[in-house]
Design a protein around this ligand. Structure first.
Ligand SMILES: [Zn+2]
Length: 253
């Protein structure tokens, strides 16, 4: 755990989420973290952590690909950008994440945000550890995809495979249920093509998780039409609805 988040700052009780956010923000990512609580009278009792993937600057230093791993990967890559719009993925991810935050709050969830600005400095492992200790029940990581082939389009969500050596069988199983449930509702709500759940055990931000996790690849920024669609705030609101519908379904709501 050295080099990530001081154990002193970590809490696991949901009612300490506010304190955790303030403390970890001070140690890991000044002024970039925020926890939102739904009005307690309308709370549905569930807590979701959202990570807006990437940030303005990448972090080329390396970190272990999973707890105890000798495989090292860059702490954070810069992400892609829109082939037609020029929009940066980190900005799109943040815009959609904040819409999803509001949508979930409206539905009675408590929401923990990994970042609320583009100017922060948290690695993928740090984000996972933060999510683990935030009291959240699930970790939803928002990204957009890129391909060398501009015709490729559609959504795919990542989950760990049953061979993942870092995660418990329960977390692997729940992560796959989370990914497939969310992907199904996401595609039916947005009308985007369903490219399926991709199992990948080389994702640092998955391997460090102790709670169910999925990486949402909303669509392809390398596809001109999908890029323009995703850059439109009206469509982003539909994306947020689709993701929230999937989260509702995961929790059986
Ligand atoms: Zn990304």
């Amino acid at each position: 755990m050295d080099g990530y988040v001081k154990a002193d700052f970590l809490v696991s009780s949901p009612d300490q989420v506010d304190g955790a956010a303030a403390d970890v923000a001070a140690s890991a990512a000044p002024a970039s973290n925020e926890t939102s609580n739904a009005n307690t009278s309308s709370s549905n009792g569930h807590i979701v952590c959202i990570d807006a993937g990437h940030q303005q600057a990448g972090i080329s230093e390396q970190e272990p690909n999973g707890p105890g791993s000798s495989v090292m990967k860059a702490k954070l890559t810069t992400g892609t950008s829109g082939v037609a719009t020029g929009l940066a993925e980190y900005q799109l991810n943040l815009d959609v994440s904040q819409m999803l935050q509001q949508e979930l709050l409206n539905r009675g969830y408590q929401v923990v945000m990994i970042r609320t600005t583009n100017d922060c400095a948290m690695s993928n492992a740090e984000r996972a550890v933060y999510a683990n200790e935030s009291g959240a029940e699930i970790f939803v990581r928002i990204h957009a995809n890129s391909s060398n082939d501009p015709s490729v389009n559609g959504a795919m969500f990542y989950a760990p495979s049953s061979a993942n050596s870092y995660l418990s069988a329960d977390v692997i199983s729940a992560s796959n249920t989370l990914a497939s449930t969310m992907l199904s509702f996401y595609c039916s709500t947005t009308g985007l093509a369903n490219k399926g759940v991709l199992q990948d055990d080389n994702m640092t931000g998955i391997n460090w998780c102790t709670i169910p996790v999925t990486i949402v690849e909303m669509g392809f920024m390398s596809n001109p039409e999908e890029d323009q669609k995703m850059a439109n705030p009206e469509f982003q609101a539909v994306i947020a609805q689709g993701l929230a519908n999937g989260i509702d379904a995961y929790f059986g709501r």
